[in-house]
Each structure stands twice: as C-alpha cells, then as structure tokens.
Ligand binder design. Structure first.
Ligand code: FE2
Length: 667
C-alpha cells in the first residue's frame, strides 16, 4: 500500500470557493490512483488535506486530474495549487491558478523540470497536445479590420473564459467607473450646450475640484502656451516616441535658415545646429487625408503637421517652425515663434491635436493594447501551462483580453467614445491604425534600438528614455536569467517547436507576416530569445504605463490636447485671435465627455498588479524564484532614483515609476 498526502488550496480571491463536489486523481510514471473525493465546500483561501491510498507506488507523480461535479447549482471553483507528498517524502507541487466551471476534469502537471516536449513521458506529451488543442479552440484569431493586428474572436466580455476575465473586485470597480462615465455623458448632454467655452480660464473650473488629481492639470493650464512646455511634452508627455533627430530637412518642409535664425540664437545657424545634432523633427504624415467626423452636425477638421524643434544652449527643446500640412505652398504657411501670438499658439495647438490622434490610436492603442493582445493570444494558443515561457509571460497579460474586448465594445466601436468625442471618423480611425501597422518595425519596439534609431541618446531631460532604459535593462536581466536556466544553449531555443510556433503566430497574426518590419518569424539563439521576451514584457508593462498613465494629467486641460478642431487649419497668417481659438477647440459638452473618459482610463482600479509582482507562484524551482526577488530588488532601486529626481523637479515624471507601472495592460 502506498499512501500519498495531498493538500489542495483554493485561491484567496472573491468567489473562489465552491460547494460543488471535487475529487482528484494522481498520475505517476508507473500508474495512476483511483479518483478520490475531497468532499465539497471550499472557501476562499482554504487548504484541504486528504490521503490517497494506492495498491502500489505510482513512481514520480507527474500529473493530477481535478474533477468537478455538481448535482444542482453551478458554483465555479478557483484552484490555487495542489501539493502531493509521496510515501518516500518527495514533495510534488502542482501550480494551478485556474477556474473550474461546470462538470469538468482538468489536468495539471508538476511545476518543476526543464524538460521540453521532445524528451518526456508519453502521458505528458499527450497532456501537452490536449491542452493546446483545447486552448486553440477557446482562443481563436479574428480580423477586427483589414490591416489591423488580429484580435480575439469574441464579441463581448460575456463570451470570455473566466481565466481571462476581470476578477470580481476589478469588474465591480470598473463597472462602477463605467456607469459614472455613462451617467456623466448623459448629464453633459442634458445640462451642457454644444457651445464654445467663454474663456480659457473657465476651462480650469472643470478639474479644479478633483482633489489631489488637479496638480498636474493646474500646472498644464499655467504653462501650456509656453514653447518650453510644448517641447517638453515630446520627451516626457503621453507620446514620447515620435520625435527624432533631423539631419536633413525633408523637401516637403522647406524651412529656410533665415526663418529660424532668430529662434536659434546668435552665433549659429540651421545647418550648423543640424550637423551638431540639435535639430529635431516630428512628422504626422500618417494623418494626411484622413476623413474628419461630424459632431453636433458640424464638420470637424484634421491636419497632418510637421514641427521642427531646436535644443537650446540651456538643453531645452523648443519648437522653431510648424507647417500644418504635408504640402508646402502659399496656403500652408510655415508658422514661427516670431508670428503674432494667436497665430503661433493656434499652430502649436494643431500639432497638439494631431498628437492626440497619434498618441491614442498608434502609440497607445496599436503599439501597446493591440500588440499586448496579440502576445497574449499567441501565448495561450501555442505554449502549454508547463512551458517556462508561459509561466514567465502569462502574468503580463493579466486582464488584457478583457479590457481590449471592452474597448472594442465602447471605445473604438462605431459611435464609441473615440468617434463621438474626437474629430476622426470610424473609417478614419481604421485607416490610421492600418497605416500605423504598416510602419511598425522591430527596432521601434525595442527601446535601446529605438533611441539609437531616432538619434535621441544624448538629449538631456528625456526621462522617458532614462527611466525606460533602466527598466528595459532590469527586465532583460530577469528574462535572461529565466532563459539561461531553462534553455542554456542556442540549440535548445531553435529546437523548441512550441516556442517557434509562438513566434510565428505573433509574426503572422500580429504583424501580418510583413518581413520588412524586421519582426522575427523564428528565434535561433538565446540572445534573440532574450531580446524578444524583453520586448514583450516591456511593451505590456512599462511602455503601456508610459503612454497610459499621464492621459488625465496632460489631457484634462483640453487646449493642451484638443480631441477635435472645429475650423480648418489656417491657410494664412494674421487671422487668429482668442474667439477664433475658442471656436476651434471642442465645445463645452465634448470637453466634458472627453474628460470623463480620461478619468476612467487613468483610474486606479482595484486588483492592480505592479511590475515584478507575481502573486501566483507558477515557478516552483528555487532559481526562478531567486531571479524574481533580484528583479524586485532592482525595481526598488529604480523607484528610489525616480522619486529622488522627482523630489527636485518642477514637474514630476512618475509615469514609469514601478509603483505606478502595472505588470500588464489592464486599463
Ligand atoms: Fe491603456
């Protein structure tokens, strides 16, 4: 008689318990036990002990089966883990972290072991095949729109598997916030008229009572007109990835040395500044010819501006020339800081409006949310739960499928927040993202390469770059440790069929098989794998935090980031004045709607998991857990250095503080 001691733990989360009947089967390399009942009634956080008796020793325990059965009412159960102590005292750990629903049997394999698919027992190979088959049926790709990354084939959050849905706590707080957003929207439609703001100061009243959240918006309201702050936002605003060094002016932007001589300061000229790397450019070409929407029966307008910036002797970045179209000519003048106050301010505001679309649709939606979803689906489809890269990556997709499914229902759908509250039509939005994906490169997704490629290595006060590089290196060091432990050599990487299928799934369905993007379709070496994994984790955590967390701060004062423009871009100078400006930026009610959406998108919801926090112990070996602790220690150092810098700063840059950076895209 062989006696096995079993401990079954229920997750310590709301609704995790069950009153349905649960039983277990142990599977060893030499046979399996009989199905043994655990009785019913599990409460959240509860651990249950039982004894499984077998006629003979099962050999190493490699697999368990959990069986859930119900007589009447369904009561889903969230199993945390199972520990089995064999007669010889060996402890086997089975990390589960899985919802069991309905009448079902789910198998889990033992957590440790470096074995890849090729050299394991037949029973485990079969388990791998079955698990992936079931996942590939549950998580299927679909086309949301032509030229977009493919997404999960569901139409609503109700179709989502419990294992990828919001937790009860998160769902409750998010639903509350969503109801607030909807109620505010209706209230705004009832109380507010679609009229222009009476003054710029009046717009400050809208966030003056947001207790604790008004500090940065107040700062923005005081400084938004200044060239310094305009330049600062290209480095440390919501869209810090589109500025690049300008070594030669494009023909479509014919700025002359005379035009900018006054802005560059004495003793220098445009050619010299360009040669020495102090001229920068932002080009919103992607917006050219995009159809604009109609709000309140009134045609809105869009532009595709170009902006030239200069790094002054004090190190600060300031705009020196703006052209509001891609076609130079008499009806598209080049605006300069020496122009009349309202001409220059309006030109800068058009750039900020273009930046709103570029940020929301490309930098935020496409390059974090949609790619994050692609990585998540490919991981669920191609990597079994026992795969070390599944264990490494799955925490970085926590809630991503849920938030993206919601976004497709209320944010980017026809008639959703984006098309109702901004100047872009639904068709225009589809086109911008399609064009954006055509331009995405692997270089641009890997921060060190991206910084080099954009020529941004030496500009001072580029906190996005500095914080991002520290975090990139911390993530790289962590994932390299995991890869070294499980793979060791290049042959193990190139020979891992599941890993290769995963990369190919991402290449095919996320980047539509475009080889010119430089996105790999296979990985041959440990170094290639380290870089790719770092990119995935960085995109889903740090990059999303950098472009998501400041939305309310920098967008609450709407002239700084108008979501729509009601007049066409000026075709000549000398026509802009205050009332024209107020009649161009969004009306009172549109402002209120955008603001409420920004509050929702910048909310601190319950059940947040921050970078490097892995409450689910999926790795059971000592080394990966040591690597996690080292990673957490490094993140604490980065946090301290960010907070030290912020302590002395006029305007703090905290969006990439590990204390504010979620492990995954969940909002
Ligand atoms: Fe987001």
């Amino acid at each position: 008689m062989a006696v096995y001691k079993v401990k079954v733990a229920t997750g310590d989360i709301l609704q995790a318990g069950t009153r349905n009947s649960i039983s277990i089967t142990l599977v060893g390399s030499r046979g399996e036990s009989r199905q043994t009942s655990l009785n019913s009634w599990f409460q959240p956080g509860m651990e249950k002990d039982l004894t499984v008796r077998c006629e003979r020793d099962l050999g190493p325990v490699v697999l368990i089966r959990l069986h859930k059965w119900r007589l009447f009412l369904e009561d889903a159960w969230y199993c945390k883990d199972v520990r089995v102590t064999a007669p010889d005292g060996t402890l086997y750990r089975f990390p589960c972290y899985h919802w069991l629903e309905g009448v079902t049997t789910v198998q889990f394999r033992e957590g440790s072991g470096k074995k890849l698919a090729d050299d394991e027992l037949e029973v485990l190979k079969e388990h791998r095949r079955q698990e992936l088959k079931a996942r590939q049926e549950a998580y299927q790709w679909k086309n949301f729109a032509d030229g977009w990354p493919r997404c999960l084939n569901v139409d609503s959050i109700l179709e989502l598997d419990s294992n990828v849905q919001f937790s009860c706590v998160r769902a409750t707080t998010f639903t509350g916030a969503l109801i607030f957003q909807r109620a505010s929207h209706l209230l705004a439609a009832f109380l507010l008229r679609p009229t222009s703001w009476k003054s710029l100061d009046e717009m400050r009243s809208i966030f003056s009572r947001t207790r604790g959240r008004e500090i940065v918006p107040e700062y923005v309201a005081r400084h938004w007109r200044e060239d310094d702050f305009f330049g600062y936002q290209f480095l440390n605003g919501n869209n810090p990835i589109i500025i690049q060094q300008c070594m030669a002016l494009p023909a479509k932007f014919p700025v002359t040395p005379e035009m900018v001589a006054g802005s560059l300061g004495g003793g220098t000229n445009l050619g010299k500044e360009m040669q020495e790397g102090r001229i920068f450019i932002v080009d919103y070409e992607v917006l050219e010819g995009i159809p604009a929407s109609i709000i309140h029966g009134r045609q809105q307008h869009m532009a595709a501006p170009l902006c030239l910036l200069h790094q002054g002797a004090d190190g600060r970045l300031r705009p020196v020339a703006i052209q509001l179209s891609q076609t130079p000519g008499p009806t598209s003048p080049i605006f300069l800081p020496s122009d009349a106050e309202w001409d220059w301010l309006l030109a800068k505001t058009w750039v900020r409006n273009a930046d709103f679309y570029s940020h929301q649709l490309l930098t935020h939606l496409l390059r974090t949310h949609l790619f994050g979803e692609v990585f998540a689906i490919a991981t669920l489809r191609q990597l079994p739960s026992c795969h070390p890269l599944f264990k490494l990556l799955i925490p970085h997709f926590h809630f991503t499928l849920h938030i993206n499914t919601l976004a497709r229902s209320v944010l980017i759908n026809p008639g959703g927040v984006i098309t109702k509250g901004s100047g872009v039509t639904y068709e225009g939005m589809l086109l911008i993202v399609q064009r954006g994906l055509e331009k995405v490169t692997y270089t641009s997704l890997c921060l060190p390469d991206d910084i080099r490629h954009r020529g941004m290595a030496h500009l001072p006060n580029y906190h996005y770059r500095d914080d991002g590089m520290s975090l990139w290196e911390a993530i790289e060091s962590f994932v390299s440790g995991i890869v070294a432990f499980y793979y060791g050599e290049d042959k193990a990487v190139s020979g891992d069929a599941e890993l290769q299928a995963w990369v190919m799934d991402i290449f095919t369905n996320g980047f539509l098989g475009r080889t010119s993007s430089g996105i790999p379709s296979s990985l041959q070496t440990v170094a290639e794998l380290n870089k790719f994994l770092t990119m995935v984790v960085f995109t889903c955590s740090v990059q999303h935090a950098a472009v998501n967390n400041g939305q309310y701060d920098l967008g609450a004062f709407l002239p700084n980031s108008p979501s729509s423009m009601r007049h066409p871009p000026p075709a000549e100078k000398g026509k802009a004045f205050l009332q024209h400006f107020l009649d161009t930026i969004p009306e009172v009610d549109t402002t209120a709607n955008i603001l409420v959406a920004l509050i929702l998108l910048s909310s601190r919801l319950k059940d947040m998991r921050f970078l490097g926090q892995y409450p689910e112990e999926r790795f059971t070996e000592v080394e990966p857990r040591r690597l996690i602790r080292t990673f957490q220690g490094r993140l604490e150092e980065i946090r301290d250095s960010i907070e030290e810098r912020n302590h002395h700063a006029e305007l703090r840059y905290n969006y990439m503080n590990p204390l504010e950076t979620e492990n995954s895209i969940s909002i």
